[in-house]
Design a binder for this molecule. Structure first.
Ligand SMILES: Nc1ncnc2c1ncn2[C@@H]1O[C@H](COP(=O)(O)OP(=O)(O)OP(=O)(O)O)[C@@H](O)[C@H]1O
Ligand SMILES: [Mg+2]
Length: 485
């Protein structure tokens, strides 16, 4: 049973909106019409029966007053005429007859003989004014009225009222209502079709729009038919598609930048290898060759003075070579970062930078006294600050800059400011210009450590870079001890 109900529910819900609306409209019209027909028939039938009964009593009483004289006389002809009169003037009278006090038939309206069984029914007691009995006959339901003549002393008048004519009237009314219902149904089918067209057209439109969207067509826009709920839905769809389109463009831009960045990193690695090879070849191996030649000469030295002088030269050459190798190692990886931590490493880098390029950089740091940051965060911040300072040097024409580092334990803040010529951030960040990947690389690096970076700059007003990075305190460790806090 439950299964059947579920099946039916599924079938009903899966039909189109058009059929649903029409079904509802027709259902309402039919229900309404059936209720009206039922109500009208019920009350009409009751009223008609009552009316039939009243007129039956009236006719019977009339017959008593008009017939009593003819019975007493007696005048059979007049009685026959009376019955004929009654019969002709009342279409609802099925039969009429008068019985004597001894229950003999004095006069009757039956053409084909009097049906005897009528004598046995509806017998009125002499004291009562009338008696009504409903008889179920071949002619239909008959309302049989019996009225005693002079309290029953003269006999009884009986009149049978047939509801045939009244029922025909009732059927005619029902037919009328049915015709009206059919007309209203046709009209409601028309109205429902119109309504469903108005309702479903925007929805059908939305469906094809969403299908196109599903195939990746972000150029389409949902048509707005009216400012109703569907119109609002279409509006929301259009907003969504615009956002999706922006998101897609942004994603494609980022992908392009990432691939460029990757190329740049690979090129840079290659360049760096070449440079180191050159450096090793041109400097270190030259120095080592000089050292070898020096040692050969030392071997052939004749006096102690000459040995001392040559060995001093060789010591100087060795120390120079050592310095070169050391410089090379530092350039490859800032070992200061591993050894002394971000704060001091940046302090040294900034001092060196200021001296070399004649740009005054104010350096402030807070919260680095007792704890070191996780290594990957230190490397990222070091590289990002290097790029920011490189940009100040390359593009800003600034004379002053400021670098601020604040470690609050669970949040690291870095601010790099310059008073240079500034630039249009939005324009630069949205343009795909080859080779300009510093700012994008900064963002990527900061994103890698779940941080946030904001670049604020307007032409003529310098540039400010704000960075915040959440710090997992468990990964920070105490200075000098190498143990995790
Ligand atoms: N501090 C600054 N002051 C003024 N302009 C800047 C500054 N930083 C960046 N810019 C502008 O933003 C552009 C993009 O910088 P970005 O670092 O991405 O590329 P780049 O420095 O030109 O090249 P690279 O990829 O070598 O870093 C620069 O070309 C410059 O016009
Ligand atoms: Mg740059």
């Amino acid at each position: 049973m439950k299964k059947n109900i579920l099946w039916l529910r599924e079938r009903v819900l899966s039909v189109s909106i058009r059929i649903k609306v029409m079904g509802i409209a027709l259902g309402i019209v039919f229900l309404f019409a059936l209720t009206i027909i039922f109500q009208i028939r019920e009350s009409f039938e009751k009223e008609l029966r009552e009316e039939l009964k009243t007129s039956g009593i009236f006719i019977a009483k009339e017959m008593t007053s008009r017939s009593s004289g003819f019975i007493l006389t007696p005048n059979q002809f007049a009685l026959n005429l009376l019955i004929k009169n009654i019969f002709e003037n009342n279409e609802n009278v099925e039969y009429a007859f008068i019985l004597s006090s001894s229950n003999e038939i004095l006069v009757h309206s039956f053409e084909n003989g009097f049906p005897k069984e009528l004598l046995a029914v509806n017998r009125v007691s002499p004291g009562s004014k009338f008696r009504v009995e409903m008889l179920d006959t071949e002619e239909g339901i008959i309302t049989d009225v019996a009225v005693p003549l002079f309290g029953g002393k003269l006999g009884t008048v009986r009149v049978g009222m047939n509801e045939k004519h009244l029922r025909n009237k009732l059927n005619a009314i029902t037919l009328q209502i049915l015709i009206v219902t059919a007309i209203v149904s046709l009209l409601s089918i028309g109205a429902a079709s119109l309504l469903t067209i108005v309702l479903t057209r925007p929805i059908t439109n939305l469906v094809s729009f969403v299908n196109a969207l599903g195939k990746g067509d972000f150029e389409q826009r949902a048509r707005i038919w009216a400012d109703d709920e569907i119109g609002k839905l279409s509006n929301a769809f259009n907003d969504m598609i615009q956002k999706l389109k922006n998101f897609k463009t942004e994603l494609e831009f980022k992908e392009e930048m990432t691939s460029q960045l990757l190329k740049k990193v690979i090129n840079a690695q290659e360049e760096e290898r070449k440079r180191i090879a050159r450096e090793l070849h041109d400097q270190t191996s030259q120095s080592l060759t000089s050292l070898m030649i020096g040692l050969k000469i030392l071997k052939s030295a004749k006096t102690l003075d000459e040995v001392t002088k040559r060995s001093d030269d060789l010591r100087e050459l060795t120390s120079k070579t050592l310095e070169e190798v050391h410089d090379l190692a530092i350039q490859l990886r800032p070992t200061v970062l591993d050894d002394i931590g971000l704060d001091i490493a940046l302090q040294k880098y900034v001092a060196d930078y200021s001296m070399k390029f004649n740009i005054k950089v104010d350096y402030h740091s807070i919260g680095f006294d007792s704890f070191r940051l996780p290594t990957e965060i230190e490397i990222v911040i070091y590289r990002v600050v290097q790029e920011a300072l490189a940009n100040i040097l390359k593009h800003s024409e600034a004379r002053n800059a400021c670098l601020l580092l604040e470690n609050r334990g669970n949040l690291l803040k870095v601010i790099v400011e310059d008073n240079g010529k500034g630039f249009d951030v939005r324009k630069v960040m949205s343009s795909e210009i080859d080779g300009k990947l510093g700012l994008f690389g900064m963002q990527e690096r900061i994103n890698l450590i779940s941080g946030d970076i904001t670049i604020e700059s307007t032409p003529g007003n310098g540039t400010n870079i704000y960075i915040t990075v959440p710090i997992d305190k468990k990964l920070s460790y105490e200075k000098d001890k190498n143990t995790f806090s």
